[in-house]
Design a protein around this ligand. Structure first.
Ligand code: FES
Length: 115
């Protein structure tokens, strides 16, 4: 299947402004298409992951990010913020979403993988 740049644009949904994430101590929980997504501003980039920890559902927006590792505060599972990969196999990977910054301040999230 051939994808065009228009297809690419249509996969993205506006989430919020970058300044809103920065003003929320670098983490903002939002809903996109009825899906809870945690947005993190870390090392000058924005990352988006499912806000539900794959282990037992604790909100990852209440976790901690250090050195690009997101740690859930319930049982301390750790995830690579860049791709959602877990460092603790018992927890599983968290779904991550590609992010684009448009017009210098708009955060757009690729929602094509949201059912
Ligand atoms: S719910 Fe996140 S580590 Fe258990």
């Amino acid at each position: 299947m051939v994808t065009t740049s228009k297809d690419h644009e249509n996969h993205y949904a506006y989430a919020t402004n970058l300044s809103n994430i920065q003003a929320s101590n670098g983490c903002l929980s939002i809903q996109i298409r009825k899906h809870n997504v945690a947005l993190f501003y870390h090392n000058s980039k924005v990352y988006a992951v499912d806000n539900r920890c794959p282990h037992m559902g604790f909100p990852l927006s209440k976790g901690t990010v250090k050195d690009s590792i997101l740690t859930c505060h319930w049982h301390h599972a750790r995830f690579d913020l860049k791709n959602g990969g877990t460092f603790d196999q018992w927890a599983g990977d968290v779904h991550s979403f590609p992010v684009e910054i448009r017009n210098k301040n708009e955060v757009w999230v690729d929602v094509s993988s949201i059912p």
